[in-house]
Every structure is written in C-alpha cells, then in structure tokens.
Write a protein that binds this ligand. Structure first.
Ligand SMILES: Cc1cc2nc3c(=O)[nH]c(=O)nc-3n(C[C@H](O)[C@H](O)[C@H](O)COP(=O)(O)OP(=O)(O)OC[C@H]3O[C@@H](n4cnc5c(N)ncnc54)[C@H](O)[C@@H]3O)c2cc1C
Ligand SMILES: NC(=O)c1ccc[n+]([C@@H]2O[C@H](COP(=O)([O-])OP(=O)(O)OC[C@H]3O[C@@H](n4cnc5c(N)ncnc54)[C@H](OP(=O)(O)O)[C@@H]3O)[C@@H](O)[C@H]2O)c1
Ligand SMILES: *[C@@H]1O[C@H](CO)[C@@H](O)[C@H](O)[C@H]1NC(C)=O
Ligand SMILES: *[C@@H]1O[C@H](CO)[C@@H](O)[C@H](O)[C@H]1NC(C)=O
Length: 496
C-alpha cells in the first residue's frame, strides 16, 4: 500500500525538473514492466478522491477479487467536497470518510495524492498504463454571472468562500470583506443556505466545528447582520431542501425575513405538486404567514441577526462604491414567471431594485472542466458524454459523480451513480470489452516519470499522519480537527 514516496534534496529535485523537459518515456516504460505485478491483474485507475472516486473504487474492489485500483488526487489530501465542501457544522455528513478510509486501506487500493491529472500526468499516459480509467474529478470551477462589476472586491463565488472557511489551500488568502451589515447571496440552493448559515451562526457554536481558525476569527469580528438570499424565480422553485431550510429557520440568534405577499395563495397551488416540494413549501408558508410559537417569537425578539428570501430578482449589475474600488450594492431586475411548475422561466418586467451591501456571494452552481484535449466533453452541460458511466467513443474510459451528471445531487446520489459506473466497468472486464489479457503496468510505469517531473506524491499512510496531527491539534481546543493549510507542514508530517 501507498509506497509512492521517494526522497531527494532540493538540488536533485531541480535536476529532475530540467530532466523532465527531455524525458524518455520508452525507456521508463521498459523499466516499469520489470517491476510490475503479474500480468493477470487488471489495473484500474480513478481520477479524483471525492465520493464519486471512493464509491466507484469500493464497488469495483468488492465485486472483483483481482483488480488493483489506484486513486489519483490533485490535492495532497483525500475526500474532495466531503472535506472542502460540506459545512463544518454538519459533522455527521462527514462520517462517510470512515468507509472511504476502509476502501483506501484495502491491500488492492492505493492513493496517490498531490498529482494533478492533465498537468503532472496526462490522461493518455494513464490510459497507456491502465486497463481502465475512471474520471471522477468533480466540478472544480463555478458558473459565472456575466454581469458588470462581477470582479470587484467584495464579490466572490460561494465556491471560493466555502473553500476559505473549509481550509482549501488555494482559497486561504480570500479575506472576504465582512465589515458591512448586509450580505447578498445570489442563488437559492443548499450551498447558498450553507454560506448564509456560516455567516450568521454564533462563533461560540462555530468554534466547536472543524472550521479553520483563521476564518473563525474573521467571522467572530464580522459586522454582517442581515443576509439576503436572492432567487431569480419564485418560492415554488427554490433549490434548497427542507432539512436545510428548517435548520435555517431554527438558527439561534436569528430571525427570518419572509414577505407574506410572496406566499399568499400558494396553499392552493401546492395541492398537486410532488410531496417533497409540497412539504418544503408548507414550511415556508408556515414561517411567513402563521403566528410563531412562543419559543419562536421569543427568539425573534431577541435576535441580533436576520436572513431573508427575495424572489423574482435577477442580478444585473454590481454597483461600485463612490471611488469605484469595491462593491457597494447590487442591482436586481424584477421578474415575473412564465409557464408552470419546476420549468417556469423568469422574464424581466422592466423594473429594478437596488440592495446596498458590501459582500456579494454568487451561489449559482459549480462547473466541471475538461482535463484533456482528447476527452469528449459537453461544454454546455459541463459533463462528459456517457452511457451508464461509459464515456462515449472511448472504450476503457469511464466517468462518475459530478463530472458525469453535472454539479447537483447529494453524496447518496453520487454513490448511486458511481455504483452504476462501477457496474458498467465490471461488465466490460468480464465481457472482454476491456481486454485484460494485454499486460498493463499500472503505477509502476509512471513512478519514475512523475519523479522526473518533480511531482511529490502523498500516499494514504502519509495522509493518515496528517489526519492524526489535525485531530490532535483540534482536540487541544475542543474542535474535531484543525485543518493544516500549510503545504510545508504537510510535507514535514508526511515524511516523519
Ligand atoms: C459547498 C457544498 C456543500 C455540500 N454539502 C453536502 C452535504 O451536506 N451533504 C451531501 O450529501 N452532499 C453535499 N454536497 C454535495 C456533495 O459534495 C457532492 O454530491 C459530491 O461531493 C460529488 O462528488 P464528486 O466525487 O463527483 O466530486 P468532488 O467531491 O468534488 O471530488 C472530486 C475530486 O477530484 C479531485 N480532482 C479535481 N481535478 C483533478 C485532477 N485534474 N486530477 C486529480 N484529481 C482531481 C478534486 O480535488 C476532488 O478531490 C455539497 C456540495 C457542495 C459544493
Ligand atoms: N446540506 C446538503 O445536503 C447540501 C449542502 C450543499 C450542497 N448540496 C447539494 O449540492 C448540489 C449543488 O448545490 P448548489 O446550491 O450549488 O446548486 P443548485 O441546487 O443547483 O442551486 C443553484 C441556484 O442558483 C440559481 N441560479 C443558477 N443560475 C443562475 C443565474 N444565472 N442567475 C441567477 N440564479 C441562478 C438556481 O436557480 P434556478 O433554479 O432558477 O436555476 C438555484 O437557485 C445540490 O444538489 C445541493 O443539494 C447539499
Ligand atoms: C439510490 O438508488 C436506490 C436503488 O436504486 C434508490 O432506491 C434510491 O432512491 C436512490 N437514491 C438517490 C438519492 O438517488
Ligand atoms: C506536491 O507536489 C509539488 C510538485 O508538483 C511539490 O512542490 C509539493 O511539495 C508537493 N506537496 C506535498 C504536500 O507533498
């Protein structure tokens, strides 16, 4: 398991980098062959170690008793959005990490962290080294609004804000401006609710979570008192789910701002909608129109912060401050709806509304990117065209998770579609569509190539050292973990 480490000094590392420029793959492949495992072992590699990667690996390992599964991950640590997306105050969701860890510890599974496929190693190189390759690299980017002022300081994607409070190394210098009273979140999905909740939760509660120390400190000094969640369509089209809404409604120290006029008459309309939507809307109606319970009323009276939903509003421009240097507000176009049900569209009425605010978080969805020029990719949908996880026109190439379906769905949804993909591959292995009689060397053939390129990979046992250090450090201050943000510290821990 996990022997992906090699040691060298800085100077030899530089030499390897320059050598990489004139690398000799043929020679290295030859060497790899000598070192590799028995020819009968099907070699499978998985790109990405989020839920899609791990669930695909789990299913393949469980139902095939010879296969070797190698998981390549861009970040030095595993688990994708379970670590860097799921909100710190939802620790129970992260329990899936336990089963992913069991999978990674299997004798037939290896984790190679800190390797970016498409940069450190190409997709074609993986296809040459393995019988089958699964792309489960998620959605690394976000949809953009495409409106003037979007790039002003004070405007961020929810994706980067989430990365900031969850310790994603690339987002650590975000420094969101929390000095104004009003924040606007564009979009009404569960990510929008996560972000609103983190902005409004008392630091006394947050400090018991694995939120990073640095963001906790910033949030403790935040002046934000009011958060608007802005949707382009109506209350019947919100994308968040009932559990997350209920949590928001019950958030200590806060009160909801819901305009009764948005909900009047909805009771009749929801008679015929599917049950989950009906229950969600009933909760909205209850909160907006009914007299609160005594407990609720007491909380609202003593609330120091508030959050609200604005409907039928599309962002059209970020309004700059007087000196033009930062965001000071947002202009929204007022919409009306055309059509019915989930597929209604928002049409501008010609009216506008401006909201004054210093922080704008755009939470309109994530986006996947292609990682190789040769990869079939639907740029419109941000997905890899596939049938049951088999990438169209490329035998031996598969996909699962958000890059297969698009950036929606919870972990269980991702588990389901990953099992489907794994099933497709198992069928292809047994039917011969994937020819395992041809020898494939797997990781052995790439080890030296990666080394020459100066790539320093992190094994699963390296991660377990990092994990132990994080939980120990968190334990000192009553947190489940304190995430390590400094790559140098990670390297030191890993080489112990
Ligand atoms: C903010 C947020 C909060 C969420 N909260 C919840 C929740 O509470 N409950 C719930 O059930 N679901 C939640 N979800 C949904 C859940 O996270 C997704 O369904 C799931 O993570 C998708 O899995 P995935 O493996 O496709 O993608 P990811 O989890 O994103 O994993 C992809 C992995 O691939 C790696 N990668 C990317 N590019 C490369 C490359 N070129 N080479 C190698 N590796 C690469 C990434 O670093 C990442 O580790 C949340 C989503 C978000 C965005
Ligand atoms: N606690 C949890 O279980 C949890 C937490 C976080 C995330 N998740 C899951 O992760 C997935 C991703 O969540 P998400 O919130 O990023 O996505 P989402 O659920 O797809 O929500 C996106 C929101 O952005 C809006 N939007 C999209 N394009 C827009 C535009 N151009 N202008 C204005 N608004 C626009 C959408 O409105 P329209 O409907 O009008 O397009 C919708 O309200 C979801 O499946 C979610 O349930 C789950
Ligand atoms: C997952 O698959 C099972 C069995 O096919 C199904 O019953 C369940 O509804 C699916 N869950 C999700 C969230 O897709
Ligand atoms: C990740 O690899 C890069 C080179 O690609 C290296 O500089 C860095 O130290 C590695 N990080 C870790 C944590 O090993």
């Amino acid at each position: 398991m996990g022997a992906c480490r090699w040691t060298w000094g800085v100077s030899s590392w530089r030499t390897f980098r320059s050598l990489a420029a004139r690398r000799q793959p043929a020679v290295l492949l030859g060497l790899g062959k000598l070192l590799s495992t028995a020819p009968s072992t099907p070699q499978v590699c998985i790109v990405g170690s989020g839920p899609a990667g791990f669930y695909t690996a789990q299913h393949i390992l469980k139902h095939h008793k010879q296969v070797q599964v190698d998981i390549y991950e861009k970040l030095p640590v595993p688990f994708g959005l379970v670590r860097f997306g799921v909100a710190p105050d939802h620790p129970e969701v992260k329990n899936v990490i336990n089963s992913f860890t069991q999978t990674a510890r299997s004798g037939r599974c290896a984790f190679y962290g800190n390797i970016t496929v498409g940069k450190d190693v190409t997709l074609e190189e993986l296809q040459r080294a393995y019988h089958a390759v699964v792309l489960s690299y998620g959605a690394e980017d976000n949809r953009v609004l495409g409106i003037p002022g979007e790039n002003l300081p004070g405007v961020h994607s929810a994706r980067t804000f989430v990365g900031w409070y969850n310790g994603l190394p690339e987002n650590q210098n975000l420094e969101p401006d929390l000095s104004s009273e009003t924040a606007v979140i564009l979009g009404q999905g569960n990510v929008a609710l996560d972000v609103a909740r983190i902005l409004l939760t008392s630091p006394d509660l947050l400090k018991k979570t694995d939120i990073t120390a640095h963001s906790l400190e910033a949030i403790a000094h935040s002046k934000v008192k009011r958060v608007w969640l802005v949707g382009r369509r109506g209350p019947l089209q919100v994308a968040f789910t009932i559990k997350e809404l209920r949590e928001m409604i019950n958030l200590p120290g806060t009160k909801p701002l819901l305009y009764p006029s948005d909900f009047e008459g909805l009771r009749d309309v929801i008679k015929d909608v599917p049950r989950p939507r009906k229950r969600l809307t009933e909760l909205l109606i209850k909160s907006a129109l009914e007299k609160p319970s005594e407990k609720e009323a007491a909380r609202w009276v003593s609330a120091t912060r508030e959050w609200g939903l604005k409907f039928l509003r599309s962002p059209i421009e970020v309004l700059p401050s007087a000196n033009g240097k930062q965001a000071a507000g947002i202009r929204l176009a007022v919409n009306r709806l055309e059509g019915s049900g989930e597929s209604v569209v928002a049409v501008p009425t010609g009216e506008f509304e401006d909201i004054e605010c210093g922080l704008i978080l755009s939470s309109i969805g994530y986006k996947s990117l292609p990682i190789a020029p040769s990869l079939p990719f639907d740029a419109e949908q941000g997905t890899i065209p596939n049938s049951m996880g088999r990438v169209h026109k490329v035998p031996g190439l598969y996909c699962s998770g958000w890059v297969k379906r698009g950036p929606t769905g919870v972990i269980i949804t991702t588990m389901n579609d990953s099992f489907d993909t794994a099933q497709s591959m198992l069928e292809d292995l047994s039917s011969g569509v994937v020819d395992t009689s041809v020898h494939k060397p797997g990781f052995q053939s790439l080890r030296e190539t990666l080394q020459q390129r100066g790539v320093r990979c992190v094994s699963f046992s390296d991660w377990e050292k990092i994990n132990a250090a994080e939980t120990a450090k968190g334990g000192e201050v009553g947190k489940p973990r304190e995430k390590i943000l400094d790559l140098e510290v990670m390297i030191r821990l890993a080489s112990q």
